[in-house]
Design a protein around this ligand. Structure first.
Ligand code: ADP
Ligand code: MG
Length: 348
């Protein structure tokens, strides 16, 4: 069977875990990152450092591989389009264009007749005069946000002037949801109506950053089925190839809302490395490289703890017990709010 050489854009922990999974199925990887210290260089067969806008470097990368995927969605659209002329980019740049922008993404989800929070587009400061009905809520940059970055909570109109908001950027304002729970569904799509879907994962965020994930999620059957159905609809409508994640809110009245789509492997799915026969990473590789689709099977219930900032210190030398799996992302510098590693605990 032909085994393509896979290019991966992005060299963080997701790139590392993708490269490790590729090795497992005998796929060679070349990582492209703008950070010369990117941890994924320890896991890939080859590593190229360059700016994501440097077309010459990008071409050098593209020349070395048969197809390209990525570990994060905030890659310049133009760069993805240029690569896509020579080598297939999966998932497609067209898909990424929708998901890169919170406004396009939410409009798309609503067009699929699925529920999101109430939101409105904010172009100028004066647009904030129209959002009284949506208060309290969150102002979120349309592009480049992650781990709660680029978000401002507004409880009432007085807060608008208290915060220094850069209005050269576009925003959406989103009504605050009284959360009962957050869950996510990870799905790998291989082609028309061909999926492997992981059961919903229950997530706890602290300071808008994911802190804990676990399966099974404590949710009722209606929400379990609905979340899986909605994730399938979204991946089909996006014509997605590879692994993606749909983040959901459940409010106190047990209504389900799509929060956002991550068009890539996702932090909440790290536990699939230890809980399932095939992880979200291996499934992504299988899908984009055209390898066999194998039915996924849960082997263990599991929970995951993200090690953020200096949390990592106490785990570096910790003696692990048999059902604990520690992942060190090998990042050079510990920074506040930076994801440094994770610990997965399986239930035997
Ligand atoms: P990011 O792209 O940074 O992950 P999200 O929109 O997913 O942005 O927000 C991060 C977290 O902040 C969510 O998982 C949730 O815990 C909280 N949050 C975001 N929007 C809302 C909202 N409208 N209502 C309640 N909580 C929210
Ligand atoms: Mg999120």
């Amino acid at each position: 069977m032909f085994k393509p050489v896979l290019g991966i854009i992005g060299g963080g922990q997701l790139g590392s875990m993708l490269a490790s999974a590729a090795k497992k199925v005998d796929i060679r990887t070349v990582i492209f990152s703008d950070d010369s210290d990117a941890p994924a260089k320890y896991f890939a067969n080859e590593f190229i450092c360059g700016d994501y806008n440097d077309i010459n470097k990008i071409k050098e990368f593209s020349y070395k591989v048969d197809l390209v995927t990525f570990e994060f969605e905030n890659i310049p659209f133009k760069t993805l389009e240029i690569i896509n002329k020579d080598k297939t980019v999966s998932p497609s740049p067209k898909t990424i264009k929708i998901v890169q922008n919170r406004l396009f993404e939410k409009d798309f989800i609503n067009k699929c007749n699925l529920r999101t929070t109430q939101y409105t587009y904010i172009k100028n400061k004066s647009d904030l005069n129209t959002i009284k009905d949506l208060m309290p809520g969150l102002l979120k940059t349309c592009t480049m946000g992650y781990d709660g970055k680029g978000q401002y909570k507004l409880n009432n109109e007085n807060d608008i002037d208290k915060l220094e908001i850069d209005f050269t950027k576009d925003y959406i304002f989103e009504k605050y949801v009284n959360l009962l729970k957050e869950i996510s569904v990870i799905i790998t799509r291989f082609g028309h109506q061909r999926y492997e879907v992981y059961e919903p994962i229950e997530n706890i965020h602290e300071d808008q950053i994911l802190k804990y994930s676990k399966i099974p999620a404590k949710i009722n059957h209606r929400i379990l089925n609905k979340s899986i159905e909605w994730a399938s609809i979204l991946s089909e409508e996006l014509n997605f190839i590879g692994t993606m994640c749909v983040e959901f809110f459940i409010d106190k009245n047990e209504n389900l809302y799509v929060n956002e789509i991550a068009p890539r492997v996702h932090n909440s799915g790290h536990l699939t490395i230890n809980s399932h026969n095939i992880s979200q990473f291996e499934n992504h590789i299988r899908s984009v490289c055209g390898l066999e689709k194998i039915k996924i099977k849960k082997l263990f219930n599991a929970r995951m703890i993200n090690l953020i900032g200096s949390d990592i210190k106490m785990y570096k030398d910790k003696k692990l017990v048999e059902n604990e799996f520690f992942f060190d992302y090998l990042k050079k510098e510990i920074k506040d709010k930076r994801k440094m590693g994770h610990l997965t605990i399986i239930e035997k």
